[in-house]
Design a binder for this molecule. Structure first.
Ligand SMILES: O=P(O)(O)OC[C@H]1O[C@H](OP(=O)(O)OP(=O)(O)O)[C@H](O)[C@@H]1O
Ligand SMILES: Nc1nc2[nH]cnc2c(=O)[nH]1
Length: 175
């Protein structure tokens, strides 16, 4: 059984950072339309919060992907379970992720979306675990760099649990 043993990032800290990221994006895209692409399921809470702080013309879309391979390790081979509803050719696109770990999922997604000829493509993630990176990936907006601990909350699960926890917590296996 897994239990939250510590709070890594509080609800207040998340809320402040989400606001800061939103205002940075708002400034950079002033007068432009942006398609926000949330990567399900983990990014659902983050994307819901950040878009409500951004005063721009936006479209909201989602992709769901699953990594082929065993257990909790990302293999880099990604299967698209749900594709975008809209055509992004000629559009400004921001991919919104909850966490970047090895970077393999985003590396695949970035190439896949670039092939659709968007006007621009950027990446926004709430959390980044740089120690675990297996491939170089340009990340434009990062909320928090975090250590290599297993975390949950704010959309992020452990065995589909804890997504509704409003803060980022560290989980450990308990007997
Ligand atoms: O950088 P990587 O090592 O590729 O890992 C990051 C991916 O892992 C998590 O998704 P997960 O597969 O846990 O699915 P979920 O979002 O549905 O929980 C996260 O939301 C990223 O999409
Ligand atoms: N739940 C969870 N999923 C991850 N995927 C990559 N890193 C993590 C993590 O720390 N927690």
């Amino acid at each position: 059984m897994y239990k939250i043993t510590d709070v890594l990032i509080s609800e207040e800290e998340i809320s402040k950072k989400v606001y800061e990221l939103a205002k940075t994006i708002e400034k950079e895209y002033k007068g432009e339309e942006v398609v926000f692409v949330g990567i399900l399921k983990g990014a659902c809470v983050f994307i819901s919060d950040i878009i409500r702080k951004i005063d721009l013309d936006i479209c909201l879309d989602f992709m769901a992907v699953s990594s082929y391979g065993m257990s909790t390790q990302s293999s880099g081979v990604v299967r698209i379970l749900k594709d975008l509803d809209s055509d992004i050719e000629g559009k400004n696109v921001i991919i919104v992720e909850d966490i970047i770990d090895t970077g393999l999922t985003l590396s695949y997604l970035r190439e896949n979306l670039m092939a659709r000829n968007p006007k621009s493509l950027k990446i926004c993630t709430l959390l980044d675990k740089p120690e675990r990176r297996k491939c170089d990936i340009p990340v434009d907006y990062v909320g928090f760099k975090i250590p290599d601990k297993f975390i949950v909350g704010y959309g992020i699960d452990c065995g589909e649990k804890f997504r509704n926890v409003p803060y980022i917590g560290i989980v450990e296996k308990q007997d």
